[in-house]
Ligand binder design. Structure first.
Ligand SMILES: [Zn+2]
Length: 366
């Protein structure tokens, strides 16, 4: 995308974006789509066998962290964006932040087996952040043979939500379970969180911090640290100093954004939403103050700003507010590899992806 400046060490986009171009080409992306995608990965790795589609695992160690934008939308219906979900793979630990609608499907299309995703962190209890939870809870259990319990971290109220979900799906619990599909595999270990470190395992640390989401409070953002690398998710919030504080100097800062057409802004009809989510100008202020290596928009809530033109408007407003660092408009299944270099790749092709019809199917992630 033309608006993304390149840092000095990333001088050759066409050379450095082998992975991105492969994804773009394989996805059969149109020129228009390519415009809207972060093809101009600013700090891609040099060419490697992975760019040629060979076995990366053999030749290249995995990055310290990988971020998969599973769903990047707000509550609005969109053909291109599912509900909010972000998977962070840190040293092989797969941590899912929010489970919006379509999360299980997009995990699968990202070649991540949903049965392997059992550690889930909720930012808050608005439905668009956990409406995909029942599917991720049940389908991998009866379809894919998941025996591991889900572990769920979330704000106060999460335990009640889970109890209600179990009531809603009581028929499955009572009748679908049997000696093989054991009902106890559906137990969920719930931890209701307070601000601070909420998870620490094998060098991976997750820190929760409170943010401001008006009728969504209590609401949290999260920061993940592993191997000297860091990823921050703002959660749903207006400009908040906690995002700046925890996001200062992180490798990747993922922020929500809210924007309206000029007509809707003038009407004031949706003004109340600006007490819940960040305008591009507010996000730009966060990016300027926190100065991440890479900034990314996800949970993109738009009204009257349709399609790629609407996305471009959000980027323009962010630039007009003074932020000129590397910035990407998130799209579903975009991946970000975080290491000495940060590689942003558009969604890979689903061509040849086998149907996930049993626990025997290998999805060959990567
Ligand atoms: Zn939301």
């Amino acid at each position: 995308m033309n608006s993304v400046p390149r840092s000095p060490e990333c001088d050759d986009v066409s050379r450095s974006t082998g992975l991105s171009r492969r994804g773009l080409l394989a996805a059969g992306a149109t020129a228009a789509a390519a415009l809207a995608l972060p093809a101009a990965t600013a700090c891609a790795r040099p060419p490697s066998p992975s760019a040629a589609g060979t076995d990366r695992a053999v030749t290249t160690p995995p990055p310290a962290m990988s971020v998969h934008l599973i769903g990047t939308g707000g509550p609005e219906m969109s053909t291109g964006r599912q509900g909010m979900s972000t998977l962070v793979d840190a040293g092989g630990q797969r941590l899912l932040f929010d489970v919006g609608r379509g999360a299980t499907q997009n995990l699968y299309e990202s070649r991540i087996n949903p049965k392997d995703v059992t550690q889930i962190f909720l930012t808050h209890l608005h439905n668009d952040h956990y409406e995909g939870l029942p599917t991720l809870w049940l389908n991998p259990w009866f379809l894919l043979g998941r025996t591991e319990n889900l572990q769920l971290w979330g704000p106060h109220g999460t335990a009640d939500m889970v109890a209600g979900m179990r009531m809603m799906y009581a028929h499955d619990l009572d009748h679908r379970a049997n000696d093989t599909l054991r009902v106890q595999y559906l137990d969920i270990d719930v931890t209701q969180i307070e601000p601070g470190v909420v998870y620490e395992r094998a060098g991976v640390v997750v820190t929760a911090f409170p943010v401001e989401h008006r009728d969504g409070n209590p609401a949290f953002g999260y920061r993940v640290d592993h191997a000297g690398r860091s990823v921050l998710l703002s959660g749903d919030t207006i400009y908040h100093e906690n995002v700046v504080e925890h996001g200062r100097g992180v490798d990747v800062l993922i922020h929500n954004v809210l924007a309206f057409s000029d007509e809707l802004t003038a009407s004031g009809r949706w003004e109340f939403l600006e007490e819940k989510l960040a305008t591009p100008e507010q996000a730009a202020a966060v990016f300027l103050e926190a100065n991440p290596r890479v900034a990314v928009y996800s949970h993109i809530a738009k009204k009257g700003l349709h399609g790629e033109a609407g996305d471009r408007r959000i980027l323009e407003r962010t630039r007009a507010a003074g932020y000129d660092g590397e910035l990407h408009m998130g799209v579903d299944r975009m991946t970000i590899e975080v290491d000495d270099r940060i590689t942003v790749a558009p969604p890979a092709s689903t061509h040849g992806l086998p149907e996930l019809d049993s626990g025997d199917v290998e999805l060959d992630h990567g």
